[in-house]
Design a protein around this ligand. Sequence first.
Ligand code: NAP
Length: 638
Amino acid sequence: MIIIVTGVSGSGKTTLGSLLAKNLHLPFYDADDFHPTANIEKMTHGIPLTDHDRWPWLDHLAGNIQKWESSGGGILACSALREVYRERLQTVPDIIWLHLKGMKEVIAERMAARKGHYMNPDLLDSQLNTWEEPGYGYQMDITKTPEEMVKEVLSYPEISQAASHIGIIGMGVMGKSLALNFAEKGVPVSVYNRFVEGKEENIASQFAEENTEFPLLKGFDDLAGFLSSLQSPKKILLMIPAGAAIDQQIAQLESSLQAGDILIDGGNSFYEDSNRRVKDLEEKGLHFVAMGVSGGEEGARRGPSLMPGGSREAFDILAPYLQKIAAKDTHANPCVDYIGPAGSGHFIKMVHNSIEYAEMQALAEIYQLMKYGLKLTYPEISKVLKNWANEGLRSYLLEITADILLVRDGREYLLDMVLDKAGQKGTGSWSLTTALNFQVPYSPLSEAVTARMLSSNKSNRVELAEYYGHRFGAFAEDKVILIEKLKNAYALTRFINHEVGFDLMKTVSEKEGWNLNLSEIARIWTNGCIIRSTMMEQLVGIFKDNTSIFTTKSLKSKIKEMKLDLTYIVGLGLQHSHALPVMSAAANYFLSRITTDSPANLIQAQRDYFGAHTYQRKDDPSGAFFHSDWKASVPHPS
Ligand code: NAP
């Protein structure tokens, strides 16, 4: 949407334009700011500009108008007194022209009151004489207040009925937050929610009515109205539950879509479903973008991490919009990029979530060790975690944990009131089955999922705890020394969790031919998402030069040192009856990765003994397979 506010100097273009920009959440530009120095000097000295002075300036503005249009729009205040000047600016269709008109006396009074402006008031007569009445656009009476004028402009059909650039289906937690995020960034957005009589009625229109401060947001309770409100090619973001709901929604939409239209699934769909949908819709001439979205409600509203994959052509069309709403990394680059073909965007979101599960479980284990092993109070644990954040371990999950530990419910801590049964949705389990399918060791991350499952059977746990007399043991060791060891154990667990997740991405990428860029994925995850951390910022550099965290030279000595503390803490914790599923699995995973002579020779011998599965020999570099008659070869005691 491009709006140009015209009129002589002093007519109120800047006031109206900037107020409109605020209301429409579009950027405001003052054409005067684009004059070359020579023009400014002339005007300051009361010398009228010639057309020769104006053409380069107008051409520069015209080029900018095209750029502003392609990046979502803008509002320009520009005197544009003559028709030839306005024609010069008309480089995009559908510009909304607002022409400010008023009595000479009113304008002269306003000009006289202005300070620090380079336009000489004596030029008013010349400006008024130059003004050519346009026969199009809106003539606006400048004696009205700016607020009255804004209200009037917002009611113009070009604005109130403007085609939306993005449509969102599903007004749940995420859909609503993303809609407000788009509208706030100046993107006209239409929203729709299914209509279920007596249950889900008028959800979308009510949502728009509750958010009138965003005039670019329009709510529809009928699908046809929603679809016809969208600009072509239609760009429709589905924010509804994964699974059958997505297929049903696509089936409902398909007949109303045209070749080139774009469907985006922003939910947590299983990536294999997305592989299928990208292919199916492509065959029908439609684009499908399978996009992971992370950051929860707050992230969706203020800046999520976005992982779009699927149609590259569609991504290129969507990129300017997604870049507007995404979180920004430390270099102010948007946390979004094209991930790869097919369902790769949903695949990496699934891996993101499994790392998230493991990171949460690791923190839960640290909390348990500090509470029962070290006998620290909640404020003391919170303080230790905050110190760790300042000592290089900052992460979103660490910070929210430090907050949670301080929240009270009357005289109690709220955390003590929360039932210890952890919930989960699909992504955690899907990543385990995917890791198994691709033969990628995933134990630390799968333990996090298993731990949630174990937690959910509370009554059985209570019964068995009683039966075995289970109590968490307290540690006798020096607290300060143990806290330092815990910190190192936690830090290495985190490196291992990330190594495991990135290893799955690397393997699947190679096997599927997706060409995933691990460093870029880490960058997209440095902000907006739930596993954002200073460590993730380190991984951006690490995965530029390495395919594994463990082979990163700069980390080698630190990892060796932390390994001693992780194994010590896991041993101590287990001896004192602390279940540490993720930390112990991380220690086992790491030790297994760095072992030269593993006991797998015995496994191979057992397999060959009972099943003639054959084995390879260390002393035969050819890699040939052998079978032995183990039973017959057992020496019998003479
Ligand atoms: P939500 O609050 O439960 O909202 C779901 C929306 O989908 C509602 O508007 C619901 O409409 C609609 N819906 C439900 N079943 C439908 C169907 N069969 N057909 C059409 N619409 C249907 O969910 P959400 O948290 O916004 O999540 C949306 C998607 O984003 C999910 O895939 C979720 O996994 C994913 N996600 C969520 C988060 C998060 O933190 N919440 C983060 C990242 C990704 P009614 O009101 O009519 O039921």
